[in-house]
Design a protein around this ligand. Sequence first.
Ligand SMILES: O=C(O)C1=C[C@@H](OP(=O)(O)O)[C@@H](O)[C@H](O)C1
Ligand SMILES: C=C(OP(=O)(O)O)C(=O)O
Length: 449
Amino acid sequence: MSSHAAADRVTALKSGPLRGEAVTPGDKSVSHRALIFGALSIGETRVTGLLEGEDVLNTAAAMRSFGADVERTGSGAWRIRGVGVGGFSEPENVIDCGNSGTGVRLIMGAMATTPIAATFTGDASLRGRPMGRVTEPLAEFGAQACGRSGGRLPLTLMGAANPGPVEHRLRVASAQVKSAMLLAGLNAPGVTTIIEPEPTRDHTERMLRGFGAEVSVEETKDGRVIRLVGQPELRAQTVAAPRDPSSAAFPVCAALIVEGSDVLAPSICLNPTRAGLYHTLREMGADLTFENLREEGGEPVADLRARFSALKGVETPPDRAPSMIDEYPVLAVVAAFAEGPTVMRGVAELRVKESDRIDAMARALEACGVKVQEDADTLIVHGRGADGVAGGATVASRLDHRIAMANLVMGLAARDGVTVDDASPIATSFPGFEALMTGLGARFGREGA
Ligand SMILES: O=C(O)C1=C[C@@H](OP(=O)(O)O)[C@@H](O)[C@H](O)C1
Ligand SMILES: C=C(OP(=O)(O)O)C(=O)O
């Protein structure tokens, strides 16, 4: 789906206490991977808790185009009959990944070592995002890409006929690039080695092992060295997707800044490569507890309990950025309700997400009466305290679900609410966001409604 429905202008109104259970959707990263690994396996993979957002649905459609049999059997329940490593067939038409960087980059990796061609596109946001970060490393396997200037979509990738194994050191801290390379390495004979100087989310490594591949991870002074033995037979699995910590961030952060709130978000994935936001919130003084810590489906999981809190500004170090990369927009909102400045360092990657998230949040916060400073890879928000954010502005969501949700969360606690010009991008990662928040006590308004 390359374009969203008509703009959906929504106002979040200052709300009374948020209370109750926030049962948030399945993890987006795990959901994309479950579909792709299922498609590359022999046998029938069953997935429960799949995130049925537009991003993941586009990946499901793409897997069908490459020859897998993908079927929805119930709410969040899916069945995939895979074609095996190297078994992708050539799609008959363009693959449209919509808004999803994860979808397009992982799928390019998954086909890069099979001798077929595929053309990829996406919505206006995805067509603006850099793809050279994936196609250049994939060229080391022999895959050839031809796209628009700057390596942008639409782009055609010709998979390599005789791929060799590759040793590659990541140039950018990106789980998408790492995963694309590992997926490509699956169909290359021999051992592919990927070195990541900074750890990024490790769902691909965990799931590769779960599907039967031989993967080793060694921590060295140069970073994590990941070795994958090529051409395994991946075997179909049952995958239970845990709940997404990046989605849970919105009700949790809303509870921290809306006076009197007490919200429980059950069964949230707390994989250490994803949990940076929650540690940062605790440093800010948040009344946030991790209850019933346990393991589910190979991932650490906990129930998160968040209560309204007096917060103070903190500094987030660059090496924490990969573990909370999608959470900075909502952290910037929380920071506005804290006392003193919050300094977010090492966040340049935010400039190449669905929008330039530093610019999007800086402009939105300023419009709501909050002072911010930014440079290429830093965002500083000068907090105004629990009751200090004026709001009252209309802000742009820029085809970016996280910008839309972060600003709606701000509106629930700001004196005069906040209007988002278009909330429709939220459907990419968090269908049901507004209903869930309303169930907790949040108030939203629509013109004419
Ligand atoms: O691998 C993944 O599932 C993801 C990796 C991150 O992107 P980068 O790899 O570009 O940092 C993240 O922003 C995205 O939402 C999901
Ligand atoms: C950056 C994100 O996703 P993607 O890169 O998959 O579009 C996100 O969900 O915040």
